[in-house]
Design a protein around this ligand. Structure first.
Ligand code: SF4
Length: 147
Protein backbone atom coordinates (compact mmCIF):
# COMPACT_ATOMS: atom_id res chain seq x y z
CA UNK A 1 0.00 0.00 0.00
CA UNK A 2 1.27 3.48 -0.81
CA UNK A 3 1.17 5.66 2.33
CA UNK A 4 2.79 8.74 0.81
CA UNK A 5 0.60 11.82 1.29
CA UNK A 6 -1.08 13.32 -1.72
CA UNK A 7 0.81 16.27 -3.22
CA UNK A 8 -0.49 19.68 -2.18
CA UNK A 9 -2.28 20.39 -5.47
CA UNK A 10 -4.43 17.29 -4.92
CA UNK A 11 -5.01 17.90 -1.21
CA UNK A 12 -5.68 21.64 -1.22
CA UNK A 13 -7.92 24.02 -3.05
CA UNK A 14 -6.34 27.04 -4.70
CA UNK A 15 -7.52 29.17 -1.77
CA UNK A 16 -5.85 26.86 0.76
CA UNK A 17 -2.41 26.99 -0.85
CA UNK A 18 0.47 28.88 0.73
CA UNK A 19 2.04 31.68 -1.34
CA UNK A 20 5.00 29.40 -2.12
CA UNK A 21 2.73 26.55 -3.23
CA UNK A 22 0.68 28.97 -5.34
CA UNK A 23 3.79 30.27 -7.11
CA UNK A 24 5.20 26.78 -7.68
CA UNK A 25 2.00 25.75 -9.43
CA UNK A 26 2.84 27.95 -12.41
CA UNK A 27 4.48 25.77 -15.07
CA UNK A 28 6.24 28.76 -16.67
CA UNK A 29 4.63 28.24 -20.08
CA UNK A 30 4.10 32.02 -20.41
CA UNK A 31 1.00 31.49 -22.54
CA UNK A 32 -0.85 33.94 -20.32
CA UNK A 33 1.73 36.57 -21.30
CA UNK A 34 0.60 36.52 -24.92
CA UNK A 35 -1.75 39.22 -26.20
CA UNK A 36 -5.30 38.30 -27.11
CA UNK A 37 -7.73 40.08 -29.37
CA UNK A 38 -11.40 40.21 -28.50
CA UNK A 39 -13.99 40.49 -31.27
CA UNK A 40 -16.08 43.53 -30.33
CA UNK A 41 -19.23 42.06 -31.87
CA UNK A 42 -19.09 38.46 -30.72
CA UNK A 43 -16.83 38.67 -27.66
CA UNK A 44 -14.79 35.82 -29.14
CA UNK A 45 -11.18 35.75 -27.95
CA UNK A 46 -8.44 35.26 -30.57
CA UNK A 47 -4.96 34.18 -29.51
CA UNK A 48 -1.75 35.65 -30.91
CA UNK A 49 1.93 34.76 -30.61
CA UNK A 50 2.79 38.30 -29.49
CA UNK A 51 4.26 38.49 -26.00
CA UNK A 52 4.17 41.25 -23.43
CA UNK A 53 7.24 43.45 -23.70
CA UNK A 54 8.40 42.31 -20.24
CA UNK A 55 8.60 38.65 -21.24
CA UNK A 56 12.14 37.34 -21.62
CA UNK A 57 11.79 35.35 -24.84
CA UNK A 58 14.85 33.21 -24.09
CA UNK A 59 13.55 31.88 -20.76
CA UNK A 60 9.78 32.43 -20.89
CA UNK A 61 9.99 34.29 -17.59
CA UNK A 62 8.85 37.80 -16.75
CA UNK A 63 11.88 40.07 -16.78
CA UNK A 64 10.53 42.05 -13.82
CA UNK A 65 7.95 39.92 -12.04
CA UNK A 66 7.90 42.01 -8.85
CA UNK A 67 7.20 45.30 -10.60
CA UNK A 68 5.18 44.01 -13.52
CA UNK A 69 1.96 45.78 -12.47
CA UNK A 70 3.80 49.06 -12.23
CA UNK A 71 5.52 48.65 -15.58
CA UNK A 72 2.57 47.05 -17.41
CA UNK A 73 -0.60 48.35 -15.74
CA UNK A 74 -2.93 46.02 -17.63
CA UNK A 75 -1.01 42.90 -16.52
CA UNK A 76 -3.63 40.75 -14.76
CA UNK A 77 -2.72 39.26 -11.40
CA UNK A 78 -4.19 35.76 -11.23
CA UNK A 79 -6.73 35.30 -8.44
CA UNK A 80 -9.01 32.36 -7.73
CA UNK A 81 -12.07 34.29 -8.92
CA UNK A 82 -10.30 35.40 -12.08
CA UNK A 83 -9.15 31.85 -12.83
CA UNK A 84 -12.69 30.54 -12.44
CA UNK A 85 -14.07 33.19 -14.80
CA UNK A 86 -11.23 32.92 -17.29
CA UNK A 87 -11.92 32.04 -20.90
CA UNK A 88 -8.42 33.00 -21.96
CA UNK A 89 -6.12 30.88 -19.79
CA UNK A 90 -4.84 27.90 -21.79
CA UNK A 91 -6.39 24.51 -21.11
CA UNK A 92 -2.98 23.34 -19.82
CA UNK A 93 -2.66 26.16 -17.24
CA UNK A 94 -2.02 24.49 -13.88
CA UNK A 95 -4.25 26.95 -12.02
CA UNK A 96 -7.10 26.22 -14.36
CA UNK A 97 -6.55 22.44 -14.11
CA UNK A 98 -6.58 22.51 -10.29
CA UNK A 99 -9.63 24.80 -10.26
CA UNK A 100 -11.39 22.25 -12.50
CA UNK A 101 -10.42 19.37 -10.19
CA UNK A 102 -7.96 17.90 -12.70
CA UNK A 103 -4.41 16.60 -12.20
CA UNK A 104 -1.26 18.24 -13.54
CA UNK A 105 0.22 16.98 -16.84
CA UNK A 106 3.21 14.64 -16.67
CA UNK A 107 5.53 17.36 -18.00
CA UNK A 108 4.75 19.85 -15.20
CA UNK A 109 7.89 20.81 -13.22
CA UNK A 110 6.23 19.75 -9.94
CA UNK A 111 5.93 16.24 -11.40
CA UNK A 112 9.25 16.03 -13.22
CA UNK A 113 11.37 17.91 -10.65
CA UNK A 114 12.92 19.71 -13.61
CA UNK A 115 12.26 23.48 -13.82
CA UNK A 116 12.87 23.32 -17.58
CA UNK A 117 10.51 20.44 -18.38
CA UNK A 118 7.70 22.70 -19.69
CA UNK A 119 10.03 24.11 -22.32
CA UNK A 120 11.77 20.80 -23.04
CA UNK A 121 8.43 19.12 -23.72
CA UNK A 122 7.26 21.85 -26.08
CA UNK A 123 4.67 23.57 -23.90
CA UNK A 124 6.40 26.92 -23.51
CA UNK A 125 6.12 29.92 -25.81
CA UNK A 126 9.95 30.08 -26.00
CA UNK A 127 11.06 29.84 -29.62
CA UNK A 128 7.57 30.59 -30.87
CA UNK A 129 6.50 33.96 -29.46
CA UNK A 130 7.61 37.38 -30.68
CA UNK A 131 7.85 40.49 -28.55
CA UNK A 132 5.31 43.28 -28.88
CA UNK A 133 8.34 45.52 -29.34
CA UNK A 134 8.93 43.95 -32.78
CA UNK A 135 5.61 42.44 -33.79
CA UNK A 136 3.66 45.25 -35.47
CA UNK A 137 -0.16 44.93 -35.73
CA UNK A 138 -1.59 42.18 -33.54
CA UNK A 139 -4.08 41.25 -36.25
CA UNK A 140 -1.19 39.83 -38.28
CA UNK A 141 -0.27 37.43 -35.48
CA UNK A 142 -3.50 35.61 -34.78
CA UNK A 143 -2.87 31.88 -34.26
CA UNK A 144 -5.20 28.89 -33.99
CA UNK A 145 -3.52 27.36 -31.00
CA UNK A 146 -0.76 28.08 -28.56
CA UNK A 147 2.03 25.42 -28.35
S1 SF4 B 1 -0.72 30.06 -18.37
FE1 SF4 B 1 -0.87 29.41 -16.22
S2 SF4 B 1 0.81 27.91 -15.96
FE2 SF4 B 1 1.23 29.08 -17.88
S3 SF4 B 1 2.58 30.78 -17.23
FE3 SF4 B 1 0.46 31.53 -17.15
S4 SF4 B 1 -0.19 31.19 -15.03
FE4 SF4 B 1 1.64 29.93 -15.35
Amino acid sequence: MNDSPLPFWKRKTLRQMSPAEWESLCDGCAKCCLHKLEDEDTGEVHHTNVACRLLDLSTGRCANYRQRKLLVPDCLKLTVDRIRRSDWLPATCAYRLVAEGKDLPDWHPLITGDTESTRRRGHSVVGWAVSERDAGPLEQHVVDETP
